[in-house]
Design a protein around this ligand. Structure first.
Ligand code: PMV
Length: 332
């Protein structure tokens, strides 16, 4: 029986950040979050379950995966095996279309693609919501890379929460708003502190409780201005969220500093250009690179200016991306 399946998942950039878990094992977040899938940043993953294998084999960009990554992939395959009531081991190959060394978060696109490919290869027919719940357990933000376009991920609200209560859904399809993300790569290093450790450290910041108390108001504003496609009203909250995420990281015990010198230069430049009339707003992941949201008609000019800044090594540009999906282009 040939069960080989390939899937493509898009990365996403959060407008409202996920930082901190209510349940670390299930990756159930402390708060709802909102993001945009990135059309230009993808992971392609092929999965085949094979009775002849006595262990899972995991390859990334044509190399055997390091032990930490391989273990996380095996855990995810085991979730799929449990759902499908099988024991069979699998061969997995995965490839990012953006440089792995760029320090860009790839876990969202990776676990979205792995979830779609592995579930289908195991003979499961999961709904979008079920796939989002599955992907969430591999990497929280991957829940948001299952549906397409502009997405919200709901935290479980009940006192007696269940895993089924936390999933992502589309707010608006990708073609509804040609918002563009111009990404300034300022450091080629992979993250020094992974987001799993960052989430675990979040409660040690004295500011987490304050953030969570205030967040619902910002959330509703960001949700409304996203649906209204109003960059002018959305932008200031995008920047406030990015600063708050990094403030939480910097005030955790031990403190986590993701910014590089180039990060600060790009933030300064965006503020200066905006004062001169180029309307753009920055946000950041748990890393030094800067995502700058801009109207599509201003993206080329912005990218040109960003490229010329000292410390910027490369610039990627992306519009809104679609849902994670099956593909026929197998990697093996
Ligand atoms: O999915 P994770 O565990 O890599 O967490 C992602 C965390 C941030 O990128 C910093 C914020 C977010 O909501 O994407």
């Amino acid at each position: 029986m040939s069960n080989k399946t390939t899937a493509i998942g898009h990365s996403n950039i959060a407008f409202i950040k996920y930082w901190g878990n209510r349940d670390a094992k299930l990756r159930i977040p402390l708060n709802d979050s909102i993001s945009m899938n990135l059309d230009a940043l993808t992971t392609t993953t092929t999965v085949a379950f094979d009775d002849a294998l006595d262990q899972d084999i995991v390859q990334l960009d044509d190399q055997p995966a390091d032990e930490k990554t391989a273990a996380r992939v095996r855990e995810h395959l085991t979730r799929v095996r449990a759902l499908a009531h099988i024991e069979t081991r699998a061969r997995v190959a995965s490839r990012n279309n953006f440089p792995a060394a760029a320090g860009l978060a790839s876990s969202a696109s990776a676990f979205a693609a792995l979830s779609v490919a592995a579930a289908r290869a195991a003979g499961l027919d999961l709904s979008e919501r079920e796939l989002s719940i599955l992907a969430r357990q591999g990497s929280g933000s991957a829940a948001r890379s299952i549906p397409g376009g502009f997405v919200e991920w709901l935290a479980a609200k009940d006192v007696n929460y269940t895993s089924e209560q936390s999933y992502a859904r589309t707010l608006m399809p990708p073609d509804a708003w040609a918002l563009t993300d111009v990404i300034a790569l300022v450091s080629p290093d992979a993250k020094k502190v992974g987001s799993t450790e960052g989430h675990a450290a979040a409660p040690s910041s004295p500011f987490l409780a304050e953030r969570l108390a205030r967040l619902p108001m910002r959330y509703h504003h960001v949700r409304r201005q996203t649906l209204a496609k109003n960059l002018t009203r959305l932008g200031p909250d995008l920047e406030a969220e990015a600063i708050e995420l990094h403030m939480l990281a910097m005030t955790s015990q031990p403190p986590i500093f993701y910014w590089a010198p180039g990060t600060v230069r790009v933030l300064d430049a965006v503020r200066a250009w905006r004062a001169e009339g180029l309307e753009a707003y920055y946000t950041l992941d748990a890393g030094p690179n800067v995502h700058i949201l801009v109207a599509q008609q201003d993206a080329a000019e912005l990218a040109r200016r960003v490229r010329a800044l000292e410390g910027v090594q490369d610039v990627l540009t992306s519009g809104p991306g679609g849902a994670a999906r099956v593909s026929e282009d197998h990697l093996f």
